[in-house]
Design a protein around this ligand. Sequence first.
Ligand code: PEP
Ligand code: MG
Length: 561
Amino acid sequence: MSNPTETPRGIGVSPGAAVGPVVQVRGPVRPPDNEPAPADPAAEHVRIKEAFESVARTLEERAALADETAQQILTATALIARDKGLQKAIGKELAAGKGPTTAVTAAVQTYAAQFEALGGYFAERVTDLKDVRNRAVARLLGKEDPGVPEFDVPSVIVAHDLAPAETATLNPSMVRAIITEAGGRTSHTAILAAQMGIPAVVQLAGATAIAAGTMVAVDGDSGEVTIDPSAEYQRDIIGKRERRRAALAGSAGPGRTKDGYPVMLLANIGGVEDAVSAASQDVEGVGLFRTEFVFLSRDTAPTLAEQTEIYTKVFEPFGSRRVVVRTLDAGADKPLAFADLGPEENPALGKRGLRLSALRPDLLDVQLEALGVAAKATAAEVKVMAPMVATAEEAAWFARRVRENGLPSVGVMIEVPGAAIAARHVMAEVDFGSLGTNDLAQYTMAADRMEGTLSDLLDPWQPAVLGLIGTACEGAKVAGKPMGVCGEAGGDALLALVLAGLGVSSLSMAPSKVSIVRYALGLHTMATCHGMATAALDARTATDARNAVLALAHEDLTALL
Ligand code: PEP
Ligand code: MG
């Protein structure tokens, strides 16, 4: 497509194209230099506490108007604003002679360093902690809250990084696209944007320098952002969106290759609202229900009755369709307060996922019992799988517990390289496998998935990652068990063809990505998919792998990418 103007490129993480004026998310207000110490530190602390309390109330008010996912995130952020330990730390800074906003900033910095040292989920909460700080500092200085300003025409939201709380509360009908300077392929913001169907590009250098009101064209597939696009380019990109819409409108029904090989197309969900929304779309069911998302903000373990009610509400909208439930994937980037085993040096390599379940079998047992009851009460084809399985023994332990609860189908996520390599033995213990390509890439390439600047290493097109996926599929074949994909890789239309060629029989993704994947499959035979898989595996680099597959793809698909 001809594009005569400036074209920076980031990473496209949520598909679609859009043109609109930029709304810059307001940056934080800095404390004044040499802020004087208050005359009465105790009275000043009362004022600070009131500012934090008003921040908490604002977040709760927004939560009350938001959907389920946003509600949890906002409520969790409000809890940070009311943290007693944080107030104690602020009190100490005031007593040491600091001015009010300087004291708040210093105390939050100490807290943030502690969160960062804990790593994983805590490190990710640092964004929320800083969000609370920025609001409190602005209020203490009588300024407007930082964050997304009010705007009344559909716009492109641009930020250095968006807190999940900010992303989740955006009104999709007013947001044409999202661009961030930071963030990564598998960051929460990327996952939420795709779930909301908003085109998004992350890792765009210089994004925050684009003046508010500037027109930009955003391509959420290629990651291309065009500043001041020419009228012709705007027509091109909107034309591409319309062509894409028209092409995809004709694609419906179960996923299959051109020559009829079935590849099930499933949705990734994180709660009841997602379930209701996904069930109304053309998907064959759910390939990943991240149950820990439902309980992220809970202090106490959910009871049997509570869990039964939630799972029943998730299953019901799908009728007799498949719903694959993942048991709590707690720890590392997603710790649950009620399942906290204390700090670890390396949480991503620590007692997370199934390892945590083994240490807290009480939690697993209640969850499995609730799933068993909900499965019996509904018509859904319920399957249960474990996260972070590394060995055949772990798979066997989990399978026994699931079957004891009367649940007929048990599986494992293959997201640890060890499990992919030993898939022949691991898969022999269970009924199905599902590749978690987000963690598989993280562990294969030794690159933290929360670290946006390592996106190149985390690219699922890396031949080493594809090689491990191939090994896992071969192991599953030897064991005679089906293998699916539920990581973000499954929603990449081109990569989906490679995955099918490697032997994957189901793909699970954000519902907004299903139609293009279905379209891509329908244009290619299984023999072509095999050829694409061979070409990708033979490539030396991730870019070579993608280019090799692109060269083999049908032009009706490449015209839409
Ligand atoms: C994965 O790791 O690819 C996956 C699907 O699970 P999560 O992103 O929740 O870790
Ligand atoms: Mg994972």
